[in-house]
Design a protein around this ligand. Structure first.
Ligand SMILES: [Mg+2]
Ligand SMILES: [Zn+2]
Length: 210
């Protein structure tokens, strides 16, 4: 049987939500109103990200680099990922964050070549442009990277998809994974909606039997 493992990034692999912390630390002006509009479902995460980044003055590679140094990952992920590589199990990070941040955080821990499906950020001169190659206008989650669409596409190639997540960006995929590992806000969501899931604390709790 072929299996594929998908994992969220912020709050699942990292110990705290990186993008939220970035905006909290560097944005000037009323970014909290934008964040609240997103929590209330008034704006999409695409609008939220784009608008919040506009509130960061003097955004530069150096600023992001300094910030990256303050972000930690759950170190049980390193061993987990190594085992997947040894056992040749396909793995993707699926995130509504930004590749520019994710890749640098992983590199800090010597993790190279992990496949990611996420939003794209790139400096165009002074301007940091964010684009959304994996969005899906028909999904109710209205995320920059629609995880239910990613899962649906991958499901064509695998018998079983295992999903690991922690929060709101994982809601649309929760009832579609064959096996779901959930913690924090995602766990509460699944309990409220009666979605079957396995509760976990870190990657040591995730048993992959093939
Ligand atoms: Mg998350
Ligand atoms: Zn979706």
């Amino acid at each position: 049987m072929s299996i594929c493992i998908l994992s969220d990034f912020d709050g699942t692999i990292t110990t705290r939500d990186g993008l939220y912390s970035f905006i909290e630390q560097y944005a000037k002006g009323d970014w909290e109103r934008i964040e609240q509009d997103w929590v209330d479902g008034k704006i999409s995460s695409k609008e939220c990200l784009t608008e919040e980044f506009k509130l960061v003055p003097n955004l530069s590679e150096e600023l992001i680099e300094n910030f990256i140094q303050t972000i930690s990952i759950d170190e049980t992920f390193i061993n987990f990922y190594q085992k997947l590589v040894e056992r040749q199990i396909d793995f993707y990070i699926v995130s509504d964050g930004i590749d520019y941040f994710i890749n640098r955080i992983l590199e800090k821990y010597g993790l190279y070549g992990i496949k990611t499906i996420t939003n794209h950020g790139e400096f165009k001169g002074e301007y940091f442009e964010i684009t959304f190659p994996n969005d899906n206008p028909v999904c109710s989650n209205n995320a920059g990277t629609c995880k239910c669409k990613v899962l649906k596409d991958l499901k064509k190639n695998y018998d079983e998809i295992i999903y690991i997540g922690d929060g709101a960006s994982d809601f649309c995929v929760a009832d579609k994974a064959d096996i779901l590992y959930a913690k924090k806000r995602l766990l509460k969501y699944c309990q409220d909606k009666g979605i079957k899931c396995i509760s976990y604390n870190n990657f040591e709790d995730i048993n992959i039997i093939v």
